[in-house]
Design a protein around this ligand. Structure first.
Ligand code: PNS
Length: 160
């Protein structure tokens, strides 16, 4: 069985992430979405909230599991008995960061490969940080986020 891990902060999960998951499912039998703690990034949603939102919006996608993790990604990949990391690439500006991360992960865990999926061109510009900015300014998010995420984001921002 070909198993992969799709890691990220998912703060929050966007339609672009879901696009990558669906593409990756064409190549893998099972995907674990790994929601990383990333406290240092001061995420707007707690780890548990991000995990629950990812679960909610992927509930109807078969062969997907959602888990949160702390610590090194490569250790989480091993615990999941997977040997591939999936990442989405949007534009060339993603490349430096992804290149550095993939090579560092390869150095510390040579048996784990990273595979990149190109996001659909209609989502190439989409980022969780821009989405949060639009939300703060009361803009329309229906093109970018699944409905449960829009509601959760509005609720979160109201409380601030
Ligand atoms: O969605 P993001 O914030 O771009 O995801 C980054 C993530 C979570 C994949 C990365 O920060 C990560 O793997 N964090 C876990 C800690 C780790 O393994 N760090 C070394 C990476 S080379």
């Amino acid at each position: 069985m070909k198993k992969a891990v799709f890691p990220g902060s998912f703060d929050p999960i966007t339609i672009g992430h879901i696009d990558v998951i669906k593409r990756a499912l064409k190549l893998f039998d099972q995907i674990t979405i790994g929601v990383a703690d990333r406290k240092e990034k001061s995420p707007i949603f707690s780890l548990n909230e991000r995990e629950e939102l990812v679960k909610k919006v992927t509930a109807n996608i078969k062969r997907v599991e959602v888990k949160s993790f702390n610590g090194l990604l490569v250790d989480f990949v091993k615990t999941e008995k997977a040997c591939t990391i999936i990442r989405g690439l949007r534009t060339i500006s993603d490349f430096d960061y992804e290149f550095q991360m993939a090579l560092t992960n390869r150095k510390i865990a040579p048996d784990i490969e990273t595979i990149f999926f190109l996001a659909s061109e209609q989502y190439a510009y989409l980022s969780a940080s821009l989405v949060k900015e639009i939300a703060r300014m009361g803009g329309d998010l229906s093109e970018f986020l699944p409905n449960p995420v829009i509601s959760a984001l509005k609720k979160k921002l109201k409380g601030r």
